[in-house]
Design a protein around this ligand. Sequence first.
Ligand code: SF4
Length: 512
Amino acid sequence: MNNTDVLLINPMDKTVVKNGLGLSVPPLNLMYLAGALEKASIGVKIFDDDLYQIGTQKINEYISKIAPKIVAITATTATITQALKYIRNIKKKSPNILTIIGGPHTTFRPIETLKNELCLDVVVIGEGEETIVELIDTYLKNVDNDYDSFLGDIKGIAYKKRINNLNFEDIDNELKTEENEIEDKYKENIYNNKKDNNDKIRLNEPRPLIKNLDELSFPARHLVDFKSYKLSSQSGGIITSRGCPFSCDYCSSSLIMGKKFRTRSSQNVVDELEELVYKYKVRDIAFLDDIFMLNKKRAEDIANEIKKRNLDINFVASSRVNTIQKSLLETLKSSGMSTLYCGVESGSQRVLNLMKKGITLQQAEKGFEIAKNLGINIVGSFILGYPGETTREMEDTINFSIKLDPDYCQYSILTPFPGTPIYNKLKKEKLLESENWDDYTVLKSVINYEKLGLSKKIVERKLAKAYIKFYTRPKYLIKHSSMIKVIMQTIYRSYIKPTFKEETPKGWYENL
Ligand code: SF4
């Protein structure tokens, strides 16, 4: 095994929410990919720049030290601009490194991303474990030949044909001449998989979803400096299922992971929990599934397996409000469940229907009551500024969240991420005010609210009002006095003294 064939990079996330909360959690998606690569005997390292905050320029010092043949980076819509900066800086310094990107944003914009970033070679589309192994294995076997002639058969990627003697200006011009033709093909969703034409960018066939999740390797957690993360529950993040049968208009989950709810066996899940507890000394666990409690029997099986093995853990898990059942919560609580995460999203039934959320306000009230009566903490999430929502309905949402009285509330402004049905609708109706992805932080308005009879200012004020009204209630502050410190820290880190490192000490990479 070569020491480092591949370097996986988690880019720095500079969004206010992230920085403000001081959150820094191990990059679970990259650890999954690394696990799959290690299983295939491919040498891999992870560099979590969201933890180190070294930046897009200085990353080359580390690249020179470990000399990977391939760099792969993950990106969300909020981090795509930053992620591409790493790629550009790396490629300009080391033009022979193959550059790959993956994640939810580029899954829906593979051609556009390849076209706009000349230094990017390949986009991995959708679920990545099988694709990245086949892609990198193929590349390593053909690195000295025209590797790109071998990439046409790899499902689930889009890629740019190799251009020798890289000249950034020339590539730019060549790509521009084909721009319209490529865009048309993409729009028509025609897969261009011919090996013998001269197209510069190709979109291969999609890859079928992984059938048996138990066959996936556990995340390669040993590749990150586990002790450097604040050991919140998310440090012990684990995913036990993929896919969602619902079709909420603002969500792209089922478009990436499929509508079929695919699950790991309870044995396999609890084997990984044991690894977290005994090897990594983590007892606070977050089940990061989209909907952990969708299948009652499966959730109960996991709870019973945890109890059978006497695992002493605390965990948070998610549910839709209409799948909360008393008997299930009782079983989960007896196995360590401390917190329930629920997406309620609106206090207006009309807006919930617009969202295609498929729940009712009564179900939310009933679900919260069941959890509270059992002494389980609840985190509720709510969206403001849904297209078509009125000022009155935003107020209804704020008031409903207070009436439900969860332990924590997350409010956000509707952010139409690429790939979601609401994005496509707003784009078609020319209602997107910004496609600057740096604005897609869920705290800024990116929709042209004026055309919808609202205004950007109103929506942003409602967001501030929601947080202030919920978190500054005397009743709340008495019950959750520790929140005062969190609120003050968040304001300080977000607005007064952001924590990005300006200076990096020389030789920072020596001990990595
Ligand atoms: S928001 Fe949740 S329930 Fe709705 S589609 Fe997305 S993952 Fe499924």
